[in-house]
Design a protein around this ligand. Structure first.
Ligand code: D6A
Length: 332
């Protein structure tokens, strides 16, 4: 078994997130556009349990709890509650239902129906749920923790692997169970993943800011498709933006902005001897005013690891190798 699904950048806002059409339900299938997030492990959707004022503009999951085996089943006593790093949150109850992504189906997937969503979820009307693709140890369902869609399907796949091929301002692809050798043009460089924190966590071997020399230093990072930007240690971020005249940390935003007339420098990361290049044009996030633009590289703050978010991932072909607990990068 293999699967392949489109990854659509949110149309209106600078590739802020990438949405995948997910089909939930057998008797009354619904296609729900969800944010595939390698930084969390809950599959949750706006639902008929979400207050109308919070669900306005969203597709809502209507579990068909008929008695047949093909229907949705409420999991008695199960609840979930999650908070994302931007302080947004959601919580609710849990059903089991058929979930198909890119033609690959899991018959009894825990589908977490939201009873409460925070305001930024309500306003992000392109996104009607999150599809967690980190490790199941992070799943918030209690008292019985639930498995991610990938953990449920991986034994049926041709290989316990999936790949992300996100694009700048265009539809990309998530493939499940196989590696499309036509989708990249360098060898894939793999490095081990630590699952101790439940993330796709790995060590990268250093970085290069623009045309400066490569800095060889082992650093921790997670690959997080649910984070828009590239988050690095504040000292590295300061050095990066020092290369752009008038770029500065804007106190009111807590973020670096730069003159929109400038093109930011490239960012290169190392994995062993592999060098992954993120073109400077990918590091221009979007305007905050007529002349100031929001930088695509920002500080990771007090986080113990950097965050390789969409601005970096869309420049690479990325292999999430669950079977061998490793992550792979290739140029494309
Ligand atoms: O927590 C970490 C796990 N991965 C990162 C992540 N963050 C979101 C997110 C998506 C949409 C929204 C909202 F719609 F704007 F509310 C908020 C957060 N999804 O993955 C951060």
């Amino acid at each position: 078994l293999t699967g392949s699904a489109v990854a659509n950048p949110n149309p209106s806002n600078f590739d802020r997130e990438y949405l995948v059409p997910v089909i939930i339900g057998a008797v009354t299938p619904q296609t729900i556009n969800m944010d595939l997030d390698t930084g969390s492990s809950d599959l949750w959707v706006f639902s008929n349990s979400t207050p109308g004022a919070q669900a306005t503009g969203h597709v809502v999951y209507q579990p068909n709890t008929c008695n047949a085996s093909t229907c949705a089943k409420l999991l008695p006593g199960e609840t979930w509650s999650i908070q994302y790093s931007d302080m947004s949150s959601s919580s609710g109850i849990v059903y089991s239902d058929l979930v198909t992504i890119g033609g690959a189906a899991v018959s009894s997937q825990a589908v977490e129906a939201a009873q409460i969503v925070s305001s930024s979820f309500t306003t992000d009307t392109a996104n009607s749920g999150l599809l967690g693709m980190a490790f199941s140890s992070l799943n918030t369902c209690r008292p019985q923790q639930q498995l991610t869609w990938f953990d449920n399907i991986k034994a049926s796949l041709a290989a316990e692997v999936w790949t992300a091929n996100l694009q700048k301002g265009a539809a990309g692809t998530y493939n499940f169970g196989y590696i499309d050798s036509t989708a990249y043009n360098s060898n894939i460089t793999y490095t081990p993943v630590s699952t101790l924190r439940g993330f796709w966590e790995f060590t990268f071997s250093g970085y290069q800011l623009g045309s400066s020399s490569f800095v060889t230093t082992d650093m921790a990072a997670i690959a997080d498709t649910g984070t828009t930007l590239l988050l690095l240690p504040s000292a590295v971020v300061e050095s990066y933006w020092a290369q752009v005249p008038s770029a500065h940390l804007e106190p009111s935003l807590g973020a670096y902005i730069y003159p929109c007339s400038a093109t930011p420098p490239n960012f290169t990361f190392g994995i062993g001897s592999y060098r992954g290049v993120v073109p400077g044009s990918y590091l221009a996030y979007g305007p905050v005013s007529s002349q100031w633009c929001y930088g695509g590289i920002q500080s990771q703050g007090s986080s113990p690891f950097s965050v390789f978010g969409d601005v970096l991932l869309k420049a690479q072909f990325v292999v999430f190798d669950v079977g061998n607990l490793r992550i792979g990068y290739a140029a494309k």
